[in-house]
Design a protein around this ligand. Structure first.
Ligand SMILES: Nc1ncnc2c1ncn2[C@@H]1O[C@H](COP(=O)(O)OP(=O)(O)OP(=O)(O)O)[C@@H](O)[C@H]1O
Length: 285
C-alpha cells in the first residue's frame, strides 16, 4: 500500500514546468525529495496537499483521490512548511488552544510531551523563539494530531547539527509505526542519507531518479582517473562524467561491476550529494 502516489503529474508556470512527475511513497517509509534550488520540490509538496492544482496527472493519498477526499486526507496529515505559519504574539499554550479546535484528533498531552522533549518554553511568545525553536514547534504541532503521514518542506535547513539530529530522531520514532510515512524535502542530503528509505531526485522539474536509498548508495560508485584511463571506460558504464583539474570523475550505476572491470582505477562510494552533483553538473558520453 502506498501513502502517496503521483502519476505523470505536470504543472506549468510561466518560467517553470514540472513535467511527468511520478513516484510513490510506500506506507511505513521515509521518502526524501532532493534537488537544486528551484527544482520543483515545494511545488510537488503543494500539489500533494492540493494547495495548487496540477495541469495533468493523478495524485492519490492513502489510495484516495487527493481532491475528492481532501478533508478526510488532511485530517491524517501533519504538515511543516519552510516558514512558520504561527502568529508571532502567540505562546505555545495559545497555539495549542487554536490547534485543538482545528483537528478532531488533537492530543494535548502529546503536544505537551513534544514541547518538553524539544525544550520549548510554554509561556514565551513565539517572536522570542529562535529559528530552531519555531521549527520544533511546527513539528510538535504537526505530530500532535496523530497523523499517519508527515509532509515536511526543508524541516531541517538552517538548524544546527544538534537540533537536526533531535528532529531526525523524532522522525525515526514516528516511522516505527508501520502505518506511518514521511515525505520530506531537503537540501541537506546527509540528513536524508541518515533517515530516508527512498530518494526522489528532481532536476529542472523532472524526476531524474526515484529509488531505494540503500540500493542507490551501494550501487552507485565514482571512478576517478586520468584522460588515458577515461578513454578505456566503456560508454555504457558512464552515467555521468565530469572533468576537473585533477582528472575525470565518472558516476557509474554498478560499483561492483566497475570494480571487476577496472580493477586498477580508484573507485569510491558515491554519497547522495555526489550523485546529485554529477547528475546535474556532469555530462553523458
Ligand atoms: N506561484 C508561482 N508562480 C510562478 N512560478 C512559481 C510559483 N511557485 C513556484 N514557481 C516557480 O517554480 C519553480 C520551482 O519552485 P519550487 O519552490 O517548487 O522549487 P524548490 O525545489 O522547492 O526550490 P528551493 O529549494 O529553492 O526551495 C521556481 O522557478 C519558482 O520560481
Amino acid at each position: 500500500m502506498n501513502s502517496i502516489s503521483l502519476k505523470n503529474v505536470s504543472k506549468e508556470y510561466r518560467d517553470f514546468a514540472l513535467r511527468d512527475v511520478s513516484f510513490t511513497v510506500p506506507q511505513g517509509s521515509i521518502m526524501g525529495l532532493i534537488g537544486e534550488n528551484g527544482a520543483g520540490k515545494t511545488t510537488v509538496l503543494k500539489l500533494v496537499l492540493n494547495m495548487i492544482r496540477a495541469d495533468a496527472g493523478r495524485i492519490e493519498v492513502f489510495g484516495l483521490d487527493h481532491i475528492k477526499n481532501e478533508r478526510e486526507i488532511k485530517e491524517q496529515i501533519g504538515v511543516v512548511m519552510e516558514e512558520s505559519c504561527f502568529y508571532e504574539a502567540l505562546r505555545c499554550k495559545e497555539a495549542a488552544a487554536i490547534l485543538r479546535n482545528l483537528f478532531k484528533t488533537w492530543d494535548d498531552a502529546l503536544f505537551r510531551t513534544y514541547a518538553e522533549r524539544f525544550g520549548l518554553p510554554w509561556e514565551k511568545q513565539l517572536k522570542e523563539f529562535s529559528r530552531g525553536m519555531k521549527m520544533k514547534l511546527s513539528i510538535a504541532a504537526a505530530l500532535s494530531h496523530r497523523p499517519r503521514l508527515l509532509i515536511l518542506d526543508e524541516a531541517t535547513s538552517g538548524l544546527d547539527p544538534v537540533v537536526r539530529s533531535e528532529i531526525l530522531d523524532v522522525f525515526l520514532d514516528f516511522i516505527q509505526d508501520e502505518e506511518h510515512s514521511i515525505l520530506i524535502s531537503s537540501h541537506i542530503t546527509s540528513d536524508l542519507e541518515k533517515v530516508a528509505d527512498y530518494i526522489t531526485f528532481l532536476h529542472e522539474g523532472r524526476v531524474v531518479l526515484s529509488e531505494n536509498k540503500d540500493k542507490m548508495l551501494y550501487g552507485y560508485g565514482i571512478l576517478k582517473c586520468g584522460e588515458k584511463e577515461f578513454a578505456r571506460i566503456a560508454p555504457e558504464d558512464v552515467l555521468r562524467c565530469r572533468r576537473s583539474a585533477f582528472g575525470y570523475e565518472v558516476l557509474t550505476a554498478d560499483k561492483n561491476a566497475a570494480a571487476r572491470k577496472y580493477p586498477d582505477l580508484t573507485l569510491d562510494s558515491a554519497a547522495l550529494e555526489d550523485v546529485m552533483l554529477l547528475m546535474i553538473k556532469g555530462e553523458t558520453v
